[in-house]
Write a protein that binds this ligand. Sequence first.
Ligand code: HSE
Length: 313
Amino acid sequence: MRKRIVRAFAPATIANLGPGFDVLGLAIDRPGDFVTAARQLDPSLTFSVRGKERTVPSDARKNVASFVAQLMLDEFKPPFGIQLVLDKRMPIGSGLGSSAASSVAAAAAVNALLPKPLKRHELLRFAIEGERLASGAMHADNVAPSLLGGACLVRSYDPLEVVRIPVRNTIFWVVVHPHMEVRTEEARNILPTSVPLEKAIHHWGNVAGLTIGLSTGDAALVGRCVADEIVEPVRSSLIPGFHDVKKAALAAGATGCSISGSGPSLFAVAPSRSAAKKIGAAMKRQFATSSRVACDVYLSRVNMEGTRVGWRQ
Ligand code: HSE
C-alpha cells in the first residue's frame, strides 16, 4: 500500500450575518483548523488531537472530526484504515464555526485519500453531521462556506440546497473574538419559537438586500441589512458589553455590526482595509473597557477558497 498523507485546512466562518439565522454564512481567511489523515494497514480509524486539545473531546466517537471521518469510512469502506490527527487551532464556543471547521477539514482530508474522491459539494452531508453532533441541531451556515468558500445561502434544509452567492469581494469583515465561551446549543435553546409578521417582513427585506449588497460589493447596503431584531436581542444578553462594543464599531465607521454565529464573537462590516483596522481596534478597546475581556481581532475579505488540501507524501 502506498503511504499517503494529506493535510486539510478549513477556515472560520461568520454565520447568520445578522438577519440570516441558519441560512447565511461566509468564510474568512483565519483562524481555521487543520486535519492530517494518513492511510494505515489496520482497517480502523485511529484518532488524536493536538493544539488546543484540552478544549475538545479526544474520544473518537465524540469529536466531530473523527465522527465525520468514521461516517465516511463506514459508507465507502476503503481497503485501508485512517490515522487522523486534528490540529485544533480554533477556540471553541466562539461563534466562528469551530466545530464546522473541524468537520470540514476532516471530511476533506479523508475524501482525498479515498480511491474515488467525491466532489467538494458532496462532502456537505458528512460535514453537517459533525455540526449535528456538536450542537444537537443541523445547521449548514458554517459548514457550507467553510467547505465551499465564499458566501453561501442555505436555500432549503429539506431537501438540503446550498447556493453560493456571487461576491464582489471589496468589503472587509472585522471579527472580534472576546475570550469567553458561549455554547451554541444553549444559545439556540433561548431563542423564540415564533416570529411576529412585522419583524419577519424586515428580515426578508434584509436577507434579500444583503445578498444583493454582497454581489455588488455595496458595503453601505450590506451594513444596513445587518440588522437582526429576532435573534440578536436575545443572544446579546449572553455577551457582556455587546451594546457598547456594537456602538463603538458603528462610531468607528462600521456600516453594520452583529453577532457572529451564536456568539460571543461580533462581526462588523467595513468599506476599506483602513476602516476595518480602526473598527477592530475600537471594538477591542471597548470590550476591555466594558467587560474587561481580552479579544482577538481578525480582518478579512470573503475567503473564496474554503477548505484546501495539500499532500504531504
Ligand atoms: N446559525 C447557527 C446559530 C450558527 O446561530 O445557532 C452557529 O454558529
